[in-house]
Design a protein around this ligand. Structure first.
Ligand SMILES: Nc1nc2c([nH]c(=O)n2[C@H]2C[C@H](O)[C@@H](COP(=O)(O)OP(=O)(O)OP(=O)(O)O)O2)c(=O)[nH]1
Length: 190
C-alpha cells in the first residue's frame, strides 16, 4: 500500500503501515529540520543500548548518535558518534528513518537509524552514555540478559524496534508535547 505519509516523512517506494495512533488529529507544525543519527549493535540475540547520562533524552536508554555535522554524511556521523559514545567502530548500515517533533524544540529531527551485527574495539562508558547489553528475545527464560527496557526508552521505540530487530526497513514519525507525552505516531515497513 502507498497511502500518504505524515509531513516530514520521506518514502520513495511503497510502504505498509504497521502502527498509528494518538489523541489528536493533526501533526505538530515545524519549520526547520536537523539531521541526526542513532545506531545499534545487534548480535547473537542481544542489543547494545546506552543509558544517557546527560542532555536531551537524559535517563533514557537509547542507541548511540547525535547531530550530523555540516561536512559529514549521516553514515560518517553515525560511525563517529558510536566511537565517541561507546568507544567502538562498527560497519553500520542504514535500516530506517524516523521523523521526530517536540513541541518545545524549534526544529524537527530527521533521524537516520543504523545497525551493525559486529564491531571492533572495547565498549567503554563515556561522559554521555553507559552502555549495556539487553536480550532481543523478549521473555526467553534462558537469557541471562535483561529484556529491552521499553518503559525507560522514548515512547515510540516500542513500535519500530521490532522492525529493526527483524531486519525490516522502516519509516515513521512521532510527535511529543512539552510534558514528554507522545501525542501522535505513525510507523510503516518499506
Ligand atoms: N530511540 C529514539 N531516539 C531518538 C528519538 N528522538 C531523538 O531525537 N532520538 C535520538 C536521536 C539522537 O541519537 C539523539 C539526540 O541527539 P543528541 O541530543 O544526543 O545530540 P547532540 O547534538 O547532543 O549530540 P552530539 O552531536 O553533541 O553528540 O536522540 C526517539 O524518539 N527515539
Amino acid at each position: 500500500m502507498s497511502a500518504s505519509v505524515p509531513p516530514g516523512v520521506v518514502c520513495e517506494g511503497s510502504h505498509t503501515e504497521k502502527h498509528s495512533g494518538g489523541a489528536v488529529d493533526g501533526w505538530l507544525a515545524f519549520e526547520k529540520v536537523k539531521l541526526y543519527t542513532n545506531a545499534f549493535i545487534v548480535e547473537e540475540g542481544r542489543i547494545l543500548l546506552g543509558y544517557k547520562k546527560r542532555g536531551f533524552g537524559k535517563d533514557l536508554y537509547n542507541g548511540f548518535g547525535g547531530k550530523v555535522e555540516p561536512q559529514e554524511t549521516p553514515l560518517e556521523a553515525a560511525v563517529r558518534e558510536m566511537q565517541e559514545e561507546a568507544g567502538i567502530t562498527a560497519p553500520l548500515k542504514k535500516c530506517g528513518t524516523l521523523f521526530f517533533v517536540c513541541e518545545d524544540i524549534d526544529h524537527a529531527f530527521h533521524i537516520d537509524i543504523f545497525v551493525a551485527d559486529e564491531y571492533t574495539g572495547a565498549i567503554i562508558e563515556t561522559d554521555e552514555m553507559r552502555p549495556g547489553w539487553f536480550s532481543t528475545s523478549q521473555g526467553a527464560p534462558s537469557s541471562e540478559l535483561p529484556p529491552i527496557p521499553y518503559s525507560r526508552m522514548w515512547a515510540d521505540d516500542v513500535f519500530w524496534m521490532p522492525m529493526l530487530l527483524a531486519g525490516k526497513p522502516f519509516i515513521g514519525r512521532a510527535d511529543f508535547v512539552q510534558d514528554g507525552t507522545m501525542q501522535k505516531w505513525w510507523f510503516a515497513e518499506v
